[in-house]
Design a binder for this molecule. Structure first.
Ligand code: FES
Length: 105
């Protein structure tokens, strides 16, 4: 079997006016990668994702398999998301996008 990850963090880095990159998506991606590496979280995969239609409240971050979407994420929010959600299992309520979630029925 190949590598097994515990969670995957998708960060929208789409370029274009009003999209997530000019709102800081690339810095958020970089910060997630830095923090995951610094903490030795080798079972956490951080990847870019394309537009999900949520850029009015971007940068968008999605945590899989939790089906949880964050909005207006700033680089300074990343340590908190990692600490509370990725490590601690408690989503950061103030950043949750209430418009979007994925829930198995
Ligand atoms: S560009 Fe990021 S959600 Fe659309």
């Amino acid at each position: 079997m190949g590598k097994v990850f515990r969670k995957q963090v998708f960060v929208c880095t789409t370029e274009g006016e009003g999209r997530c990159a000019p709102k800081g998506g690339l810095e958020v991606l970089r910060k997630f990668r830095e923090e995951v590496k610094a903490r030795g979280l080798s079972d956490i995969l951080v990847t870019k994702v394309g537009c999900t239609g949520q850029h009015p409240t971007g940068p968008t971050v999605i945590v899989h398999p939790d089906g949880l979407w964050y909005r207006t994420v700033k680089p300074q929010d990343v340590a908190e998301i990692i600490e509370k959600h990725i490590v601690g299992g408690q989503p950061v309520e103030r950043l949750i996008n209430p418009e979007m979630q994925v829930k198995p029925q």
